[in-house]
Structure formats: structure tokens, C-alpha cells
Design a protein around this ligand. Sequence first.
Ligand code: PMV
Length: 342
Amino acid sequence: MVSVEVVAPSNIALVKYWGKHPDYPDLFIPTKSSVSFNIDAFRTKTRLKVRKGKGAVRLKLNGRRIAADRAEFSYLSGFFSRMQSRYRFARDYDYDIESRNNFPTAAGFASSASGLSALAVSFARAMREERELPSLDDREVSIIARLGSGSAARSAPSRGGLVIWHRGYDNARNATQASESSFAETLYGPRHFSDLELICITAWQGAKKTKSRAGMDESVKSVYDYWQWVEHEEEVLLPSVLSAAKRRDWESLFGLVKQASNNFHSLCLRTSPPIVYLNDVSRRIIEAIEPMKFAAYTFDAGPNAVVITLKERAREASAALEKIVGGRNLVVSSIGAGPIVE
Ligand code: PMV
């Protein structure tokens, strides 16, 4: 038996992932590349025990045993079946997983991102010990995490910071090549962003109305200009974000981040049936932050914003947010490193 413990961060997308490529429905290959910051303050701690067996999986989430017929478990069984077709030997083991988040689940902070990247790193480490394999590199681990949840790929690279997940399929001749080419990597480690701070709003703690997985499938099918959005983000927005980050041109970065978030939520609204993740509190946050040249808001699949701000102006941004959601609902974080094996 091998037992490993891994702590992995969540992430907030600056340029969002929203849609799997229709040619490769089971491989979680995105229609476009995405980039994110790791959120140091929001983590999942996972203990994985692996022993010889027949592929049985048991899960304890935040102290509660999760039965195999629950929705949380279906994420996991999907992950294991995809992963076991990648590594056939993985069928010869049983898995006991205990996972704990230090932040609200399903509120728009990608809990699946930290959870499934923690699991992917644990699996890679456990198999290295159990089967005396060479250690898997970041690229491979991010591909494993991707098979659990797309956004988890971006929480997997060990340096963290600003992470890109390449869509990768452009020159692929078949599904295997496409899968190998869609991986995540760190572009700049957390130190590059020491001028910046994240203010995470946790006011809304309910479950997501539309799960991202179902929502993105609807968008790909029903938004008339979906592929135009993909092309614009891939060819224009994403390169501009990377260039602003490289130059540490924060004002430009903030403008682009707001644009990407608004483009994404307008795409959700144009989906049939429409997907509405933002609520009245989100709207007030947008109005308060929009005029600030030293900050940006961004929302994933939920009403809670993450505000990215210059550290030296963070108090001003916090004061404005406190008036809307109260001080107890703000968590300040730096941009985090990657997963740690404890
Ligand atoms: O990978 P999922 O199913 O957690 O989907 C993530 C979707 C967004 O959070 C909205 C965007 C993103 O890139 O993280």
C-alpha cells in the first residue's frame, strides 16, 4: 500500500475555458487555450491510498463519505475510467481518497480544479512509488488532471503562478496526438506578480445553477457566434494578456481581464437556454471596480468575483468591496505556487 498527501491550489481564469472540442468529446480538449492565476488561499488537501485491487474507488469529501450514486462521485468515476484507459495498469489498484477544501465548494471557485489536480499529482506520485516508475513531468500530470476537469489542468504545474493550458489540437492528426498536445505549463512563477494581490469574494455559498460541464456543451451547440469568440480569444485577447503580463503592464492586463470576463458572461447569456451566473451583487461589484484603473474583476461560473489589484492600492479596492459584501466575505490572497507533495 502507498499513501500520499498533496495540497493543490485553486485557480481563477483570466482567459476562460468554455467548451470542449466536438471532435474529441471524451478527451477534454478545449476549443481554445486559457490562462489563470493560482489562488494561494484556496486549496484542497488530498490523501490518496493505493493498494492492489480491481479499480474500486472510495471518496470522503470534507469529512463526509460520498456514495457512488452522488453527483460529486460521477466526476470521479469519469476521471478514473478516462485515466485507466490511458494507464492500463491503473485498473489493478483500489483507491481510497480523502479530500478537504478550505473554501466553499461549488460557489464559482473551481473546487474541481484544486481537487482534481491534487488527485492527479497524488496518483502520479503514488504510481511512481508503487511501480517504481520514473517521475511524471508537469506536462504529463497536467494531462492527467485535464481528464478529471479541464480547469484542473491549470492547477497542476509545480511552479504555479500564471499558467497557460494550450488547446493544442491545431496540428494533431488524430485524437491521441490532440490529447498529448493539450497540456498546461507555467509561464511566469508567482514572484513575477509580487505587485499584485487577489481579493476573493465568498459572499455566495450556494450551489452553481448550471454546472460548467453541461453549460459549456450548450454554449458550443447553441451560440451562433461561438467560433468567432474562440478565434478572437485565441488570436487577439490571449496574446495581448500574455504580452501585458510579460511587460508587467498591469493597467493593460486589468482592462483585458475585465473584457474576457464580460465576453464570457455575455456568451453564457446568449446560450440557449440562457446561463446566468452573475447576480445583483456581481453587478454592483462590476460597477464599483470598473472605474478603478488599478484593479480588475473576473467571474468564473458563479456570482463570486475575484478582484485582481495592485497591492499598494488593495485597501481602496477592499473598502469598496466591503461596502457591497461586508468584510467577512473577502479573502485576500497572493498568486500561488503549484501543488505540494507533503
Ligand atoms: O473545468 P471546469 O468544468 O471546472 O470548467 C471551468 C469553467 C470556468 O471556470 C468558467 C472557466 C475556467 O477556465 O476555469
